[in-house]
Design a protein around this ligand. Structure first.
Ligand code: NAP
Length: 301
């Protein structure tokens, strides 16, 4: 697995990241998650993406327990967490309505909770999970700057921010933001043309691409793009050592010149292994466009 610097000063992450949003789908024990973490390391995937809200605020604790099962394991990973989304549930009994809160004090409080649950004194990267429409950028930045000053996070970034929202927040940061984690995949290519990926390229920061397989929709027979993508993948597989649609979908993201880091979401070890091989695939230009056409169901303009 290749490695890549998220921004010129770092940090360095694995080219593909393991995401923990769906980790409870198969109800794994901490031991099983611990085994999955070891598999990640064997594959060279050293960056783990999580968030305060995952598993309705319960994933970080299980991840922390799984990390603690092997002494020294935490230090082999770069941990990414995010905060700022609050929904009514037993962990937020006073919450009436789902809402965003990216005020500095709230983000600081959430980070403290994440560090405690993950069993660590710092994370490598902290992201404001969603832009909060009711918070001034200087307020969010004050929280992120405080995290950076105390060393509880090494670098800060955002997720799901528009180009202008990222610019505005950056203007208040003491250290520039290092990423925008966004939805980017064959069924959601919009970041190519809405300025999001161009902004990352211009700033010299790497985007992180969530739901790289469209949450599994690229395989869903009910999705009209799925058979077209399957046929396109089959037609080009021989040029890439028999690569599967799954691997070509990752390679399609990796090929974009802004150098996105796909965040893998599978719970299956064999799919994790096959995903990790995708970073060696260099898609030919015409195949990249052929996959775009198959996904969109139309010719390029
Ligand atoms: N920042 C944000 O707002 C945000 C939002 C969403 C996600 N994320 C991050 O991105 C990560 C990945 O997102 P994601 O889970 O949506 O990623 P994804 O890789 O697009 O989707 C994973 C889903 O696709 C299924 N899948 C994989 N290969 C398949 C195949 N060959 N056939 C059928 N189904 C297949 C998986 O099932 P199996 O488990 O059975 O393989 C799983 O349910 C998350 O864990 C999280 O860390 C961030």
């Amino acid at each position: 697995m290749k490695r890549i610097k998220l921004a010129p000063p770092g940090p360095e992450f694995s080219r593909m990241v393991y995401g923990t949003w769906r980790i409870f789908d198969t109800k794994p024990t901490a031991q099983e998650i611990n085994r999955r973490l070891h598999t990640c390391l064997e594959l060279g995937i050293t960056t783990i993406d999580t968030a305060e809200i995952y598993g309705l605020y319960e994933v970080e604790e299980v991840l922390g327990t799984a990390l603690a099962l092997s002494p020294g394991l935490r230090d082999k990973f770069e941990l990414v967490t995010k905060a700022g989304i609050y929904v009514p549930c037993s962990h937020h009994p006073a919450c009436r309505t789902a809402h965003y809160n990216a005020t500095g004090p709230q983000l600081l409080k959430s980070l403290e909770s994440s560090l405690r649950l993950l069993g660590t004194d710092h994370v490598e990267l902290f992201l404001a999970h969603r832009p909060d429409w009711l918070t001034r950028a200087d307020d969010t930045a004050a929280g992120l700057n405080e995290m950076l000053r105390t060393g509880k996070i090494r670098v800060a970034g955002v997720s799901n921010y528009s180009v202008s929202q990222l610019d505005l927040l950056n203007a208040h940061m003491e250290q520039p933001l290092v990423t925008n984690q966004i939805e980017f995949h064959l069924l959601h290519p919009e970041p190519i043309n809405d300025g999001t990926l161009n902004q990352c390229e211009k700033l010299g920061v790497r985007p992180m691409a969530w739901s790289p397989l469209a949450g599994g929709r690229i395989f869903d027979p009910a999705n009209p793009a799925a058979p077209r993508l399957a046929a396109a993948a089959k037609s080009m597989a021989a040029r890439y050592n028999g690569a599967t649609l799954e691997q070509l979908a990752y390679a399609w993201i990796l090929a974009h010149p802004s150098h996105p880091l796909p965040v893998i979401g599978t719970n299956k070890l064999e799919r994790l292994q096959s995903a990790a091989q995708a970073d060696a695939i260099v898609l030919e230009r015409e195949d990249w466009y052929a996959l775009w056409e198959a996904a969109q169901g139309r010719k390029i303009p």
